[in-house]
Design a protein around this ligand. Sequence first.
Ligand SMILES: [Zn+2]
Length: 1003
Amino acid sequence: MPWKILRSCFALPVGALCTLMALATVTLLPTRVRAQSGEVETFQRDSKQAIDETYTEHIRKYTTAPALNSPLTDYLPASSTVPTPAKVLGDVAGAPDVLPYAEDVYRYFRLLAAASPRVRVFTIGHSEEGREMIAVAVADAALLDHAKENSSRLAQLGDPRSLKLDDSKAQALVDRSFPIYYITGTIHSPETGAPTALMELAYRLAVDNAPYVQYIRTHLITLITPVAEVDGRDRMVDVYKWHKAHPGENWPHLVYWGHYVGHDNNRDAMAMTLELSKNVLNTYLEWHAQVLHDLHESVPFLYDNTVGDGPYNSWIDPILTNEWSMIASDNMARMQAFGMPGAFTHGNFDTWSPGYLMFMAAFHNGISRLYETFGNGGADTEKRVLSPDEYARTWYKPNPPYPTVVWSQRDNNNYEQTALLSSLSYFAHNSKLFLNNFYLKSKRSVEKPANSGPAAYVLAQDARFLNRQIQLLKVLALQHVEIQRLTQAATVALPPPPHKEGEEPKPETPPPPTSQTLPAGSFVIRMDQPFSRIADALLDRQYWSPEDPQKEPYDDTGWSFGDLFNAKVSRVTDSHILAAPMSPVPDLTQVTPGDAGAGPFYVVNNSAQVSLASLVYALRGAADVSICDGNFESDGQKFAAGSLMIGGVEASKLTSLLKQYDLTAVSIAGRPAVKLHAAEAPRIAFMHTWLGTQSEGWWRMAFDKLHVPFAYINTQTVSKESDLRAKYDVIVFAPVGYGSGQRIVDGLPMWGNALPWQTTSLTPNLGKLDSTEDIRPGLGEAGVAHLKDFVQQGGLLIAAEDTAEFAIEEGLAPGVFVAPRKEARVVGSVLNSVVVNGKHPLAYGYDGAVPLYSADGMAFAVSNLTLNYHLLTAKDYKRPTGRGSADDEDIPQGRAFETAPPLPAPKAWEATPLNEEQQRNNPYLIPAEYRPQVILRYAEMKDLLLSGLLANGDSVAEHPAVVVAHFGKGDVVLFANNPLYRGETIGSYALVFNAILNFGHLK
Ligand SMILES: [Zn+2]
């Protein structure tokens, strides 16, 4: 989680207080549950079991204040056979200066498994860079031995269709089953404490004979993935080692965490693009687990942010929101009883977006949980100075953190383990309740059509959408959602359209349709399946009220995948759809026909598929590929401008590529009579800064997954490379995410020591993706000049969001400006745009509306001048005092009347035309052929918002969103939106690849 200032309750409007008080009422529930079970857990250790004296002594030595430990973790039980973490670490878990690589963490778990029948280790997959990911199961041997049978029982509870929704059958299974509690550590690489805490936790669960630990291990399986982001962990350990080897110096920030992204690896639970997401979800579902509990570090000292703050996600089962409160309430009560300061569960984290790793459980009928503990970003013991909002006592933080604290990694490990152990205990004692809830949530997911609805989502069979629909279906498949296909057309009733306030139905307009016919071949996502909730949450639209008491949304407010994938998705409420003839789609790679026919020419119609560029690059040197610059017909079939004409290709090679890239081609006998240009597969350089690599990482991942090759360069390379044009045709400068153009030019301040990012024997995991002896220098003035030369000499620069702003500031985009945002509020919303210039190659394959992801409501304005100078328009002019009415003209007396020329009335996306007077001898006037071309503009206000938050959108509505600027012989493509974002914006990918494929043809 990012470091965010916690909101004090004083700032909460009354409405929010009520919500939170309602939650507080709910938290009475667990007390009742406990009272019924009649058990009071004391967490006493077994006095007959010997303790490991040395280990215990070190725990106490490294804990910086007695209150920062608990009776659960202030000792370690001894074992003559089972090794403690010291065996691998050389010291205790959380010891100062000790930060193990993933490999060492795994070595310990394997030693543990070899020594104890209560521990088993499994490989669950690998990272992008090939590093292993593991899961460790810890429980009584009897439970582990019967894990398979238990799993098949949990599978039935998780898919109640197998029980015909019979509660008595479910009850019998619940009685015989035990739950799985899955814990994941250090997904965020600079949050370093979890691996050692989890090593020691596993040891305790395997060895400790305290009655409460025995109860846990005989009533549930604890499943542990100690390192979720394994590539980033190894780099973080390298950085830490460098820091220890250079005392008194600054050390480099973690430039790369995972192979592609940093902090956003915890935003991938929707699109499922990263290996760690797939590996964790597959493990979670293979075990049919009930909880996914993810460990983070940011705020002091332990924030169980599962309860957090509203608004809560709309698509989760109400049972779940109460489970969050039940568990957290007991958990916080325990932490208060142990006297540990700074434990709380209400805070500013809103529980709206489902992108977080933990949310995989929330949407697969389990329980998502998350801890933020305090961390120092390494294993140094440090004095930490807190801010008043962190140490203030509030109603939800009765025992707040200290204003200043000496904090150690051991303190962190004490908190993580104490909270986890008491949570595991609570869960074990209430295991039957939670198993029953697991069944109920699964059953209610299956019953969705009969309750809240909808009945299904349908992706209508339509060749223009198929390629992107397949990408969306692949995401749903990764989410383990079942997909069907209509074998016959089906007609369903449509709900009446929503009535808009103040809108009277016009008598001349025909009544809205009351039914919809879905053709055979349409894809159906039935809502009567166990994982209907994730499909519903992804495919529905979101609305974040501008009046919501939560004024600082934690992450994106909208994500509707049907829009972002531009995939034509219908929400069907008529349950007749469920009775329509349909069959499962077992393999999404078999959906496109593949076989393109005999040739000799083939056309791939352009419908803004995500993978046209993949095909062009794959056919480089193996075929003659052209791009058609107009619409045309051949053999009675219609093709759109931008379609690919392929000749001289081996049919089998083409067929296999079409299949690989979910494309369809049509065989034609002769070359069509349409203007063509060669599809050149230009040489691409991908430029990153050393400030941050996450936003570009999402772009880089998109290019990699689509097999579009590029040279990976950085701003420092560009500052030294005077002839970029000789090497590259296209430079992609993806968003940096750190704002200003000045930072891109300046880099980090140059005082202090150099900050290397290189592969050395001390830092073997750094410098692989890219390296530098010092990450501080930025692009520099020389780099700016080289970039300008590159474009001037005919190169294409692609930039978005802050890098578009940078290009504008540096004069690379004459006539384009960032529109002042004024009061606009957009937080990761899906906004609608309209194609302005459908004939421009950038718009090939698009028509009508194009949904775009907007992070913050950025939009452009264009001018025929290089100055951002406001020219008077009809809208601005107000007549002076005189004769007649406001709409009449004043008439001077004693002379013939002369009508003034009308003032121009440009639209928000247009440049204001200049009259002769304004053009005369005006050095700032851009020659016609160099004026910017607006390709997409945002929709008018009433159609602008598709999903999420939008308020005061005047500065966004109708303003340019995608613009091609011209500089010298080259072009600069500017995006106000982020077209390649988190694997979610498949619908706008083709804008970027259109620019690349039509390099040299963008004027
Ligand atoms: Zn985190």
